[in-house]
Write a protein that binds this ligand. Structure first.
Ligand SMILES: *Cc1c(COP(=O)(O)O)cnc(C)c1O
Length: 440
């Protein structure tokens, strides 16, 4: 089993009826740091990183790039840096965080479908390794800014491979987001522009990302075949040998027992098989590979601890247990009906006796974290743990209802360290002011 196939952090254990993660009692963590609390298990992150490196070890030249948008803060980036990962970023904020974490900026790639001039300038100043150029507008803008700074930007072209594999169901269900990248029929036009006009763009390769929470390795197989075919076609049509290929991220994780994501090894097998076959067929050299996992690296390492509060029982309908967090710290259930699994951290061995609905504290009926989950009897003050909240929780969190964003602690070897402090009430008004004329 690989780590993305686990419901819980790999260090999860029960000690005297309490849930322990990274050797730390989660009930003590909740009392020490307050709730809601994000807890990140370092061992789980390092384990999945090892699995990725092991699975792809036969490649001559491969760059593992952590997709920062899944969870981006100084400590997490530092851990991934020590694992030898590079970083896929999508904003000045993520680039700045990488810079402040002391990351070698050559290992940073800047991705996104509407990068601003200001963000591009910052990225050039920091000397980031690659821009993934998404569209014509950006190519012109990046070339202009690079030219004004007397520098050259090393780029990949973001392409949309989906357009020619529309026969597959997974494409029809919309795994490929057409907001991003050059459709295949526009690749020649952009390459011609780069060859003739955009002298400050240095084209190194192509990039695709086919979706997220992917369970079918077949999608990767098809993607790799299309990317290799394009590299061969570009060589033939333009006489340019591009030797970099970024296959994006997207490997799924297990949020509930119904989820059956493939292992990292299975992902690698699909990529390798497709690669071998396509390299043979199109007779080109193996390119440098980039892979950009986000969710599968960080999701399983994270849990969120909540304190149970009020209850509401509607006879013959359901019993609501309200938690002290909800859609502002985890918007995924409200945004796209995402499912999660939970335990009562201080009643791990108690029999699960009733179905309850775990509701959030925010003023929206849709603020339900888990519907109908069988748990032990919950009393106010119990600590509820929701698993697999490492990815796209904190990074999507808001201050809805004017609630302070929770703290995040890193656990490892029975020690805990706060890596993001809880927002204060003063933080909430820190950037606000009242115009003078209203003060009279
Ligand atoms: C979001 C994104 C990723 C990461 O996707 P996950 O599903 O979190 O692995 C990788 N590459 C690109 C270009 C992305 O936009």
């Amino acid at each position: 089993m690989s780590t993305n196939q686990s419901l819980r952090p790999v260090t999860a254990e029960i000690v005297e009826n309490h849930l322990f993660i990274g050797g730390c009692d989660t009930v003590e963590l909740a009392h020490k740091y307050g709730t809601p609390l994000y807890v990140i298990d370092e061992t789980t992150i390092r384990k999945i990183c090892s699995e990725y490196k092991e699975a792809f070890k036969d490649y001559h030249n491969i760059h593992m790039m952590y997709a920062c948008k899944s969870l981006c803060n100084l400590a997490v980036l530092k851990i991934l840096d020590t694992e030898g990962f590079g970083f896929d970023t999508v904003s000045a904020g993520e680039i700045y965080t990488a810079y402040k974490a002391g990351i070698n900026m050559k290992k940073v790639l800047f991705n996104g479908n509407n990068k601003s001039a200001k963000e591009i300038e910052l990225a050039l100043e920091y000397g980031i390794g690659r821009f993934s150029v998404d569209n014509f507008y950006e190519a012109e803008l990046l070339n202009r800014i690079a030219s004004s700074k007397n520098t050259k930007a090393d780029i990949l072209l973001r392409i949309t491979p989906g357009i020619e594999c529309h026969t597959h169901d997974y494409i029809q269900t919309g795994q490929i987001d057409s907001k991003f990248g050059f459709n295949l029929n526009l690749i020649d036009e952009i390459i011609n522009l780069i060859k003739t006009e955009y002298k400050n763009l240095n084209l190194k390769g192509i990039h695709a990302h086919i979706g997220s929470q992917i369970f079918e390795t077949r999608s990767y197989y098809d993607e790799v075949e299309i990317l290799i075919r394009e590299l061969a076609r570009i060589k033939e049509v333009h006489g340019i040998t591009l030797n970099e290929m970024n296959i994006g991220g997207g490997l799924g994780v297990k949020y509930t027992n119904d989820d059956t994501p493939p292992s990292v090894a299975e992902l690698a097998r699909a990529v390798t098989e497709a690669m071998k076959k396509a390299l043979d067929k199109y007779a080109i050299e193996e390119p440098v590979i980039y892979i950009e996992p986000g969710r599968s690296i960080i999701s399983t390492s994270g849990i969120t601890l909540y304190t149970a509060g009020s209850k509401k029982t509607i006879p013959n309908v359901r019993k609501y247990i309200a938690l002290d967090g909800g859609m502002a710290d985890n918007p995924r259930p409200a945004m796209y009906q995402a499912k999660y699994t939970a335990d009562v951290a201080n009643k791990m061995n108690n029999p699960k006796t009733e179905f309850v609905t775990l509701a959030g504290r925010y003023c929206e009926s849709g603020d339900i974290l888990i519907e109908n989950i069988k748990l032990p009897n919950i009393e106010a003050g119990d600590i509820v743990c929701i698993y697999n909240t490492g990815a796209y929780n904190y990074s999507m969190a808001s201050n809805y209802n004017r609630v302070e964003k929770p703290a995040m602690v890193l656990v490892n070897n029975s020690q805990s360290a706060m890596i993001v402090s809880r927002e204060s009430l003063d933080d909430l008004i820190a950037r606000e002011s009242i115009p003078d004329r209203l003060r009279k």
